[in-house]
Design a protein around this ligand. Sequence first.
Ligand SMILES: *Cc1c(COP(=O)(O)O)cnc(C)c1O
Length: 431
Amino acid sequence: MPVLTRSAELFEKAKKFIPGGVNSPVRAFKSVGGTPIYMAKGQGAYMTDVDGNTYLDYVGSWGPFILGSMHPRLTAAIEYTLRNIGTSFGTPIEIEIEIAELLCQIVPSLEMVRMVNSGTEATMSAVRLARGYTGKDKIIKFEGCYHGHGDSFLIKAGSGVLTLGDPDSPGVTKGTANDTLNATYNDIESVKVLVNENKGQVAAIIIEPVAGNTGVIPAKKEFLQALRELCDQEGIVLIFDEVMCGFRVALGGAQELYGVTPDLTTMGKIIGGGLPVGAFGGKRHIMENIAPLGSVYQAGTLSGNPLALTAGLETLKILMEENPYPELERKAAFLEAGFKANMDKLGLNYTQNRVGSMACLFFTENEVYDYQSAITADTAKYGKYFHSMLDQGIYLAPSQFEAMFTSFVHTDEDLEKTVAANYNALVAAHQ
Ligand SMILES: *Cc1c(COP(=O)(O)O)cnc(C)c1O
């Protein structure tokens, strides 16, 4: 059992000055209990906390660390930019063109791209653009999909009522909520109903093409294809939110994996290489509506920041040169098979969903294909499982409804250790 004295002290102090002690809610360990752990240093697939305990990391800064923490090429590139270029200009710089060109090569649907500073900014801007471009107000999202904390996205359907949204958070106005319609993931009929009830009023459909914020839920290919057709028929902008799955499930993201092309794509996480970056892009005739070319306003003081773009660009170059995807698949499949074998030994039959190196062990025996099936998972059992893994030096997301990310730098030894710990943690979850 790791001693967490210093973490506990820091958390007490943090709570005086930072709401809930954290700068992003899920870090507070609310859904698993206990106190958050203050990290002091990251290296590869490992993190060391302020009490000197070391953990094997499967959170990877919530997605960015496909190459682990402090990849030597990445740190060298950031250091070079810091010493020789600068931290910010607020003028155009050459590296912006380099990353935009590369992104357009890598991601199938991109013809033009704009850089922002977070995934939230990317999705907010993409939706504004879709509204400006179509002249329509409403958007359709899917229950359980997360698109950052923009007002339009903090809405889910009331119990069984799909048409009118209720805000999920105080501070989101009724007006905003009414423009966000919620459909059911992997259920094209639920989308068609909304489109028909709101004929000519829907600007965009936004979806995580591999959902990663309700655990991991893959979209069915036919479902994405049907969305594409529906959007074409109705003049609706199809937005793939690939902030998490982009550059993760394949170099070109879920759109490459599924062969379905959206009109707009939002990106983040991996393209920042651990620094704050987001981006949105897509078809030229839509992107040309953004200021200064068009009238849809979008801006950012630090957008295209040299340090952040250096980290992103270097990450993309490494991904292109080293093609880690077959290895990521092998490693994540090893974990899945190991967990399955453990469950077989223990007479358990929990559901595992996985797309490449995005995985989730749901504490339910039900098949998980949408939000309602996901929330049948036993979160109390997950809490026990999480703490047992933590005690064994394995750092998982402090919530049942998050992805487990395997990185390129997890070694076979790390994976074996994880499978062994999983057995103990499954036992602990049932005590
Ligand atoms: C993380 C995430 C966001 C939000 O990105 P931030 O950088 O946290 O603002 C949006 N969409 C998806 C799918 C995400 O996973």
